[in-house]
Each structure stands twice: as structure tokens, then as C-alpha cells.
Write a protein that binds this ligand. Structure first.
Ligand SMILES: Cc1ncc(COP(=O)(O)O)c(C=O)c1O
Length: 429
């Protein structure tokens, strides 16, 4: 088979982005790695899994399901849109003040599948464009490449997505005859920058989406991973039904179960005037992709929601505390290794997210793959070049640090190594 005869996305660097990083990581196994955004599961006990499933089955029993129905709930193909939609809708209400009917929810194989479904449904024409705020999560760019969807990147500011710039990009796309359909962004503790949008920017974004007639795809897997909740979700503030909200249990529960969801309560009208929800259209696409999300995995999520009265914030509290501690420790160590005067001299800066897995560092040299190799080989520390997250170029002097799976000792030693690497590279220029 000739590669050039396969789909163009398979030759797109975005689909290979993490290869180099994986290669460096396996070549220098002793290096401390701030690269992977892997959730931490050291606080979990594997027996919890069967307890959670048992809890869900007991719940079905209490609700009058027959033994046959209870068995089917685990053993059979399930409804395409998911079998725990009521529990998820209930949880969104208590945790996030998002008030939607269970019919507006589609349970997906991680939020990654939700991205694919949403793009497939919205992007109808070659001229349709997805606007993304960059640096941007690679999963959405990859999904867009798979579906031949055009992406336009708009640089974010220190506080995340920049509403005025997004609007300018939308108008510019329209002026060149294309149709901006949706803006994708991560408003809370973003991957990769760690930035969180302030409340006034959220409101301004919703107004702008209304004015310019575009939808917003809000992806929020890190939202509950901080010492206090960020401002309300875009979906909770959404009065004009502009927001498709994507959720994930990968970071709050565990990624191994692969469960996420989309909330799509937009009304869809067909040629005969019949209406239904966008969620229903997403489910139709899902029926041809994964058929349904694993019943076993949904049972684990359901059991967890039942045990905490729907409060994911409560289930993940200990884990959130772990991440917040690791983030604080990283910031303290950075400040200790590169105090204000020294970092001014070296041209180094970083942001200070309150939650999530990531923070963004800017340096005075090109933080490219060659620099990463030197960092791993000579200094024993690995990080991710921010340039990976800029689909249209940029971010050459940026570094993403992920704190999600490091121990306190690794953080102390890793930041010391990083400090030495930055000193050496800056002198080298
Ligand atoms: C911003 C963002 N969205 C979505 C995902 C994927 O989540 P899931 O495991 O639910 O597919 C990730 C995972 O790294 C992410 O960082």
C-alpha cells in the first residue's frame, strides 16, 4: 500500500506529533518527564471498580428492573446515546448548574469521540471552518484532519481565548466566502496552556457567538481539578443555546474506562418542519462509529455518580487535591530555581494556573525537538514543545509542563534540571 494513496491525514504531522516525544522518552528512561498528560491513579483501589458496578446494578434493581433487564444492562448492546444519561444530566445540574434534559446528552467513548461526532455533524460543506484558540488541544485538530475539516487558529492571550481576535477571524473567514461554523476551546485550565477564561470573557464570548451566529464547542476535562471551581461553564451561562458542552470522566475518575459525553440541546429542524435535538443527530453518527459506549464502563461511572449523589467534584476531590499540590510545588520550585531577577536576565516567564495538569513556560531560545533532545540527554529532563500545539505555526519559544503524574521528589529534582537546562541554552545563544 502506498502511503500517498491513503487518506491525507495519515501524512499530516499532527497525527504523528507525539512520536518524537515517545522516542525521546524511551531513549532516556532515567529522565524526569514533564511531558505526558497522564492522569494519576495512585490513590485508586482496583476493588472500587466492582463496588461501583454493583452499586449501579442495585440501583436498577431498586428501580424495578427485572433480573433479565439488569443482566441486559451489562451484557447487551445498549442504547446508542447511552444508558446513564439521566444520571449524567442530574450530575450536571448539581455540580455545574447546567439544566438539560437527559435526551440532550450523548454518552461517548471519551470526549475524543464526542469531538469527532460534533465535527461530523456540523461540518457539512468544504467551506465550513472550525475556529480554534491556540495553542490548542491536539485531539480536535487531529479529528478535523481525519474529516478534512478546515481549521483556523486564533492565538490566545494570558487569560486564554481572546474574544475580539476570535470575532475578527470569524468575520475574515466570512469575507473570504467561508462559513465559520463553530469555535472550539477549553475555557478551564486549558491543555496545553493552563489558562482559564475569566467570567467577563465568557459572557463576551457568548454575546459574540450570538452576534456572529456561530456555535461554541466547550471542552472542559480539567475543570474540577483545582482548589476551587473556575467561573461557571459556558453552557451554564448559555441563554441562546449556542454551546455544545463536552465532558470527560478521564481526569476525574479514570481514563481506562473511556467515558465522556456531549451535551447538545440545540433544536434541529428538518425540511418538513419537524424538530429534534442535535444530540439525536450525534447519536445517529455514533451508531456508525462505536455503536454504543461500553456498558461496563458506563456502569462504573453510574456507580460513582450514585455513590456521590451526582457530585463529580466530590468523587474527584482527593485527586484534585493531589494535582493542585503538584502544581503548587512546581510553581514554588520554579520560583526558587529561577527567582525574579534571574528569570528576567534569562528571558524566562511562566503562567500560574490554579488547577489542571499544565503550565506554560516561555524561554529566550527555540524550544524545538533539537533542544528537547539536548535537555533529555544532558540534563535528564523532558518537556513538550509548545509548537506542537500550534497547527498554523508559532509557539517556538514555548514549553508545556505537565505535572499530573510526578511525585514531589521528581518535581523538585525535575525543576532543578530544567533550570540548569534553561541556563545552559540561554548562554548557548
Ligand atoms: C482538552 C482535552 N480534551 C479532551 C481530552 C480527551 O479526553 P478523553 O479521555 O475523554 O477522550 C483531553 C485529554 O488529554 C484533553 O486534554
Amino acid at each position: 500500500v502506498k502511503k500517498e494513496e491513503l487518506h491525507a491525514s495519515l501524512s499530516d504531522p499532527v497525527l504523528d506529533t507525539m512520536n518524537f516525544l515517545n522516542e525521546v522518552t524511551s531513549r532516556y528512561p532515567d529522565a524526569i518527564s514533564f511531558a505526558p498528560g497522564r492522569p494519576y491513579h495512585g490513590l485508586s483501589n482496583v476493588n472500587e471498580m466492582s463496588d461501583r458496578i454493583g452499586r449501579y446494578l442495585a440501583h436498577l434493581d431498586e428501580r424495578g428492573h427485572s433480573p433479565q433487564q439488569v443482566r441486559d444492562a451489562l451484557y447487551q448492546y445498549g442504547p446508542t446515546a447511552g444508558q446513564i444519561r439521566e444520571l449524567i444530566a442530574g450530575s450536571l445540574l448539581v455540580d455545574e448548574d447546567i439544566d438539560v434534559s437527559p435526551e440532550a446528552v450523548v454518552v461517548t467513548v471519551g470526549s475524543q469521540e464526542a469531538m469527532l461526532l460534533v465535527l461530523r455533524a456540523l461540518m457539512a460543506d468544504r467551506d465550513d471552518v472550525l475556529i480554534v484558540s491556540t495553542p490548542c488541544y491536539l485531539g480536535i485538530v487531529g479529528a478535523a484532519r481525519l474529516l478534512d475539516v478546515a481549521v483556523t487558529a486564533v492565538p490566545e492571550g494570558d487569560d486564554g481565548p481572546c474574544v475580539a481576535e476570535l470575532e475578527t477571524a470569524i468575520l475574515a473567514e466570512r469575507a473570504r466566502g467561508r462559513r465559520p461554523r463553530a469555535i472550539y476551546l477549553v475555557p478551564d485550565h486549558a491543555n496545553p496552556s493552563g489558562a482559564t477564561m475569566p467570567l467577563d470573557a465568557r459572557r463576551a464570548l457568548l454575546d459574540m457567538a450570538e452576534r456572529t451566529d456561530v456555535l461554541i464547542v466547550e471542552d472542559s476535562p480539567y475543570r474540577l481539578l483545582g482548589p476551587e471551581p473556575p467561573p461557571p461553564t459556558l453552557k451554564a451561562l448559555d441563554r441562546a443555546c449556542r454551546v455544545i458542552h463536552l465532558g470527560s470522566y478521564s481526569k476525574t475518575l479514570l481514563p481506562g474506562i473511556r467515558v465522556g459525553f456531549a451535551v447538545a440541546d440545540q433544536e434541529v429542524v428538518d425540511g418538513t418542519g419537524r424538530t429534534g435535538l442535535l444530540a439525536h443527530e450525534l447519536a445517529k453518527i455514533k451508531s456508525m462509529v462505536t455503536v454504543n459506549t461500553s456498558s461496563l464502563s458506563q456502569a462504573v461511572v453510574a456507580g460513582s455518580l450514585l455513590a456521590s449523589a451526582g457530585r463529580v467534584s466530590q468523587i474527584g476531590a482527593e485527586l484534585a487535591g493531589h494535582y493542585a499540590g503538584a502544581l503548587r510545588a512546581t510553581l514554588v520550585e520554579l520560583d526558587r530555581r529561577l527567582p525574579a531577577e534571574r528569570r528576567a536576565a534569562l528571558g524566562v516567564a511562566w503562567n500560574s494556573p490554579r488547577g489542571g495538569f499544565f503550565l506554560a513556560l516561555t524561554v529566550a531560545f527555540r524550544a524545538d525537538e533539537a533542544a528537547l533532545t539536548r535537555s533529555a540527554k544532558r540534563f535528564g529532563v523532558i518537556w513538550t514543545p509548545m509548537a506542537y500545539f500550534h497547527p498554523e505555526g508559532g509557539g517556538d519559544r514555548g514549553i508545556r509542563l505537565s505535572i499530573s503524574h510526578l511525585t514531589p521528589a521528581d518535581i523538585t529534582e525535575g525543576v532543578a534540571r530544567l533550570g540548569r537546562f534553561i541556563e545552559a541554552e540561554t548562554v548557548r545563544r
